[in-house]
Design a protein around this ligand. Structure first.
Ligand SMILES: Cc1cc2nc3c(=O)[nH]c(=O)nc-3n(C[C@H](O)[C@H](O)[C@H](O)COP(=O)(O)O)c2cc1C
Length: 305
């Protein structure tokens, strides 16, 4: 018998736990011809801001051992264009779950972006990217300081008319503490991890491989650290945890669920294979059948100590 792959978090029911991660799946529309979007648990669109952003100069991507460096600079069309131009097309598709990723450089940016997005129909939840420099507090990431994290999540909670997922930065000393702050400030769920701050230098030219010098590391190289962080975060909160970081197989999905994740996201794998998300769903169906799993949701936090 086919396994029941349904999972739920923050009042949202998904047909399976596989969600495409923000920044690696465009606005979903770009993947329409290669992935059956209705086969996925859902997808998170590119990070959206109050105004459109052009992004950083090239080179912005560099492949590393089992991973990838990126410094795209949060390029996006802006929340207004998303609501007016992208969302109507997404609304024509049936049986899909769209999550809007939101970021800003000030607390007011988050507030205004959410207010614009509240006007759009067909968004299941907001995912707050707090791995952005806070321009009012010396450029440190919102998500790397408990006080600024509290401020931005409290603001988002006040203005959001939808479930709120807070996407945590892994560039912190205690992920458990930050997970707890997000919960206490009003998050309905947390997702982790975002990318790790990293860099690479071309020794021949002595130049940084990425124009911005530092960049975010993603892909299989970060997976064991991400699994550990999901495990620690899930022990610190009662709200659901969405796990990501280097997932490329069904076994990776199961591993994150055993560590405490209710659902997962797949990012960099879509760069190596645009069909990766849908393939992982198919593989997950086979894995659960072969392992006689009745309900996949029962695997959340089921690691044997
Ligand atoms: C090119 C690129 C762009 C990204 N853009 C965003 C973004 O706009 N917002 C966000 O929250 N995360 C963004 N991320 C982070 C991913 O969503 C994800 O958290 C991270 O890459 C780890 O997962 P992975 O190893 O499966 O890629 C981006 C990642 C990559 C590789």
């Amino acid at each position: 018998m086919a396994a029941d792959l349904r999972v739920s978090f923050a009042g949202i029911e998904l047909k399976n736990p596989v969600i495409a991660a923000s920044g690696t799946f465009g606005y979903g529309l770009e993947f329409e011809d290669v992935v059956h979007l209705d086969r996925l648990g859902g997808f998170v669109v590119k990070g959206l801001s109050r105004e459109p952003i052009i992004g950083n100069p090239p080179p912005r991507l560099y492949e590393t051992a089992a991973g990838m460096l990126n410094s795209i600079g949060l390029q996006n069309v802006g929340a207004r264009a998303f609501v007016d131009e992208k969302l109507p097309k997404l609304r024509e598709m049936r049986n899909i779950v769209v999550i809007a990723n939101v970021f800003g450089y000030t607390r007011e940016d988050y507030e205004h972006t959410i207010q614009i997005l509240n006007e759009g129909e067909g968004i299941a939840a907001y995912e707050l990217n707090v791995s952005c420099p806070n321009t009012q507090h010396g450029g440190i990431q919102f998500g790397s300081d408990p006080r600024t994290l509290d401020e931005v999540v409290t603001t988002a909670r006040r203005f959001s008319q939808r479930p709120l997922i807070v996407k945590l930065s892994p560039n912190v000393t205690s992920i458990g503490q930050m997970a707890h702050v997000a919960q206490e400030s009003g998050a309905d769920a947390i997702s982790l991890v975002n990318t790790f701050v990293a860099m690479s230098i071309d020794v021949e030219t002595r130049r940084p491989r990425i124009a911005n010098v530092t960049a975010g590391l993603s892909g299989p190289a970060i997976k064991p650290i991400a699994v550990r962080m999901v495990y620690e975060a899930s022990k610190s909160v009662q709200i659901p945890v969405i796990g990501l970081g280097g997932i490329s197989t069904a076994a990776d999905v199961i591993e994150f669920m055993l560590a405490g994740a209710s659902a997962v996201q797949v990012g960099t794998s879509s760069f190596w294979d645009p069909r990766a998300t849908e393939k992982i769903v198919r593989e997950l169906e086979r894995w659960c059948a072969a392992h006689e799993i009745g309900r996949i949701a029962e695997l959340t936090g089921a690691m044997q100590a």
